[in-house]
Design a protein around this ligand. Sequence first.
Ligand SMILES: Nc1ncnc2c1ncn2[C@@H]1O[C@H](COP(=O)(O)OP(=O)(O)O)[C@@H](O)[C@H]1O
Ligand SMILES: [Mg+2]
Length: 177
Amino acid sequence: MIQLQLADPAATDALGQLLARTQPATAVVHLHGDLGAGKSSLARAWLRALGVVGAIRSPTYTLVEHYPYADARLPQGGKALHLDLYRIGGPGELEFLALDDAAATLWLVEWPERGGDALPQADLRIGLSVAPAGGRAASLQAGTPAGDDWVRRMPETPAYRALLTSTGRNIRQVTDL
Ligand SMILES: Nc1ncnc2c1ncn2[C@@H]1O[C@H](COP(=O)(O)OP(=O)(O)O)[C@@H](O)[C@H]1O
Ligand SMILES: [Mg+2]
């Protein structure tokens, strides 16, 4: 598990960019945290870093938004799903969302607890919470062998080192095993 302190919204964006740069070609990511913890901010920065242009709406009412993106590792291109299940009536409703799971290459899921077993298993679980000082605490925890590989290699990447030494040092690593 990796734990980070994100002092300001720019730090949350930088983490989203790092995750986009280090993610495997296909990934399921669950975003845990209360309202206002920064889940949508992180997802937006992630999608932008994948090259998504145009509006990135919060799927608060639609429950899901679809975003095609380019990825050299995926000949057909990538298809990201950004879900926010806060308002879902129950896991059964997921069936009606036209998720096209087979084609989805990246799942970014807010309020995954509410999707129950109908959601694919998380490769990476991200926890976000408001820190007493006002920033955010973030934890990254693998849920599959692919996620484990991702989390293990991440600290070795130039993108991760750049993140921790970025101007202002607004990101601090708390622990890293
Ligand atoms: N590291 C941070 N420190 C302080 N404020 C942050 C940080 N990251 C994000 N925020 C702010 O917190 C709010 C989070 O909103 P949002 O991303 O919609 O949360 P959620 O999707 O979890 O409900 C935004 O106003 C954002 O600017
Ligand atoms: Mg949100």
